[in-house]
Ligand binder design. Structure first.
Ligand code: SF4
Length: 243
């Protein structure tokens, strides 16, 4: 098991990736290739800064006052933290021992016994469901949808609460029938605490250029506020909390 991790960056006082004030670790490496990714510089697992568990944890400890006061904790994000599951497991175990809340921000697309072990020490999952239509998922990410659904079904069985995240991209993920099917599926589960509908944006577009990757969404616009509200209403109409 690894005592070191490759980390892209750290945000010490994050407020959007889970409840309260959070220490967010953006792990390096991702197996997906989402067309709208705003952090393509996290993809390559060979890049990033190397941290030991002790170095990272002693930094986390500086912020535990903020976390406890606000009902926060740490969030392992990325990239895809599950590419470095061994390290995350050690980190989450240490957090659990020290009373620090743990959240895992993931696409859930890597799923085996190792991940099941990590989930024993995970208080909240932030699960990105990129699309509910398998073909759209494949064309958007380059990977299959099924592992993500298996992941979701496992955490549902284990009663681990989840916040679902769905990025609304005009012309790509905005098919209403698919969104309704996803809402119906999510409403049949008991662990879904909220659904965040995130509007597509292009803030990471410059990184694609710098890395000389081919960006295919140049002509795609951000969804209107009306379109975002409409999708939230679909989720709400299935009894889901979509603020
Ligand atoms: S899962 Fe996240 S980091 Fe990975 S390609 Fe998709 S948007 Fe980018």
């Amino acid at each position: 098991m690894s005592d070191t991790a490759r980390i892209h960056s750290i945000e010490t006082l994050g407020t959007v990736d889970g409840p309260g004030i959070r220490y967010i670790i953006f792990f390096q490496g991702c197996p997906l290739r989402c067309k709208y990714c705003h952090n393509p510089d996290t993809w390559d697992i060979k890049k990033g800064n190397i941290y030991t568990l002790d170095k990272l944890f002693s930094d986390i400890e500086k912020y535990t006052g903020y976390m406890k006061y606000s009902g926060g904790g740490i969030t392992a994000s990325g990239g895809e933290p599950l590419l470095q599951t061994d390290f995350c497991l050690k980190l989450f175990k240490k957090c659990r021992k020290n009373g620090i809340n743990t959240a895992l921000d993931t696409s859930g697309n890597i799923f085996s016994d190792k991940q099941k072990e990590l989930l024993k020490y995970t208080d909240l999952v932030l699960l990105d469901i990129k699309a509910f239509n398998p073909e759209t998922f494949k064309s958007l990410t380059g990977r299959e949808l099924n592992p993500t659904l298996e992941f979701e079904e496992y955490i549902n069985k284990e009663n681990i609460p989840v916040w679902i995240r769905f990025v609304l991209v005009p012309g790509l993920t905005d098919n209403e029938d698919d969104i309704k099917k996803m809402a119906e599926y999510l409403s049949s589960l008991s662990n879904v605490k909220r659904v965040d509908v995130l509007p597509f944006h292009k803030m990471g577009e410059y990184k694609w250029k710098e890395l000389r990757y081919e960006y295919v969404l140049y002509d795609t616009k951000a969804p209107t506020a009306y379109a975002v509200k409409n999708v939230k209403n679909i989720f709400s109409s299935f009894g889901l909390y979509a603020p």
